[in-house]
Ligand binder design. Structure first.
Ligand SMILES: *Cc1c(COP(=O)(O)O)cnc(C)c1O
Length: 423
């Protein structure tokens, strides 16, 4: 018989280091990784609750908001999206979901699971909506909630949001924005754009590992959340005596316990009502990641993302490669490249990874096998990475038999860097 007890023969896991040029997860800043190795604090230790408060203060700056509520949900970005949607969509609510890529479909699915009556609008992949179309649709449909993506990583497009929040307010709708890919890399102006609830991501432009979802929401959103909480309490104490059909009419309780923003905000408030155990080491990481973002300065950071994007595009174009999608709505931190006809895209990705230690991404659904997606996010977004990628991609394509002007890509990127630094 086989001995099932293997004792101490398991291998220690030490990952090799990679250059990660995908739309997430990206390389974490070494200072963030160091923060994760600090000793554990109890969740009600004053040193820890002070860290929670500081993190909230930094998140307000990141989201450019005066909202009272800005804190992380524990889980990947999807948990933040689900917490916001489950707390703001009541069964029977009319929800408008404009879709221009894969993550729009995710919002659609979650809105349906929350019991929303969902109406979708779709744009062909590679394009975005004209804000006027959305403003018109909001007036026509009179939804209770509008949920949409800001930076669509699947297609590398960015939806302009100005004017949409104002239309939502005029028609009494709440506006939920998935800014997972854009937060910390390009402006997300929560208050100026009148966004009612915004979800950010850690493993993208913040360069913190995956595992937390920073969110913020305003008073309009909070009112709906708190109303659903009051009824929930009432129901709970009355269930024994009230027959089901006599349940009081009014807001329905939030379905999830873990993702109930009414409970989470009580935990993040000075009341510190116990909910879950806050993710100690992840909060150290997020705090350090936010500190580094704000020390660099938001505007400087946005400019840096644009500069490296330009150098990358200059290199790719001079190799003779074509970009995918409408150039006017390009997402600064994701560059989608058309895979040349004669080339096996997966072979190129595999060779980049195994011979050069560089990871780039493929895409989903209709774009699978047609484009590569190159991420330039956060700590991964730096000159050495861009130059290594361009040199390596050129070598791989030459090896695959593609005819291209050898040596020009890196020179074009170096030129772009020189121009950026002079101008
Ligand atoms: C990455 C991403 C998500 C999902 O994030 P997870 O952390 O994987 O849950 C959601 N929306 C957008 C736009 C993204 O780019």
């Amino acid at each position: 018989m086989m001995n099932r007890v293997s004792g101490g023969s398991w291998n220690e896991f030490v990952p090799i280091s990679r250059i990660i040029m995908t739309p997430g997860p990206v390389e974490a800043d070494p200072r963030v990784l160091r923060a994760m190795s600090y000793p554990i604090l109890g969740q009600f230790d004053p040193a820890f609750t002070e860290l929670m408060n500081e993190t909230m203060g930094m998140l307000r700056e990141l989201f450019r908001t005066d909202n009272r509520w800005a804190y992380p949900v524990d889980g990947t970005s999807r948990s933040g999206i689900e917490a916001v949607m489950a707390s703001l969509i009541e069964p029977g609510d009319k929800v408008l979901v404009p879709i221009f890529g894969r993550f729009g479909h995710l919002l659609h699915e979650i809105a349906e699971r929350c019991g929303g009556r969902v109406i979708t609008l779709e744009k062909p992949w590679g394009t975005v909506f004209d804000p006027a179309e959305l403003i018109e649709a909001i007036g026509r449909e009179q939804p209770d909630v509008v949920a949409m993506v800001h930076g669509e990583t699947s297609t590398g497009r960015m939806q302009p949001l100005a004017g949409i929040g104002e239309a939502c307010r005029r028609h009494g709708a709440l506006l939920i924005i998935d800014a997972v890919a854009t937060i910390g890399g390009t402006p997300v102006d929560t208050d100026a754009w009148q966004l009612d609830a915004v979800i950010g991501g850690t493993q993208k432009c913040l360069s913190v590992p995956s595992g937390m979802a920073p969110i913020t929401y305003n008073d309009r959103a909070e009112r709906k959340i708190v109303a659903r909480k009051r009824i929930e309490r009432g129901l709970r104490s009355n269930t024994a005596s009230l027959p089901l059909q006599e349940a009081p009419p009014g807001p329905s309780p939030i379905q999830s316990n873990y993702l109930d923003l009414a409970q989470l905000q009580d935990y993040w408030s000075p009341k510190r009502l116990n909910h879950h155990t806050e993710m100690t080491s992840m909060l150290y990481a997020l705090h350090e990641g936010l500190r580094l973002v704000l020390a660099e300065g938001l505007e400087a950071r946005f400019k840096r993302h644009r500069m490296h994007e330009s150098a990358l595009m200059a290199g790719l174009t001079s190799m003779g490669l074509s970009m995918y999608g409408d150039p006017l709505s390009k997402l600064p931190m994701v560059t989608c490249v058309q895979i040349p006809e004669c080339v096996d895209g997966e072979m190129v990705r595999s060779m980049l990874l195994h011979q050069f230690g560089i990871e780039i991404a493929s895409s989903f659904g209709p774009l699978a096998g047609r484009i590569w997606r190159i991420g330039t996010m956060g700590y991964s977004c730096r000159q050495t990475n861009i130059l290594h990628l361009l040199g390596s991609l050129e070598a791989v394509l030459l090896r695959a038999g593609v005819k291209l002007p050898a040596g020009e890509a890196v020179q074009a990127a170096l030129d772009a860097y020189e121009e950026a630094r002079v101008g």
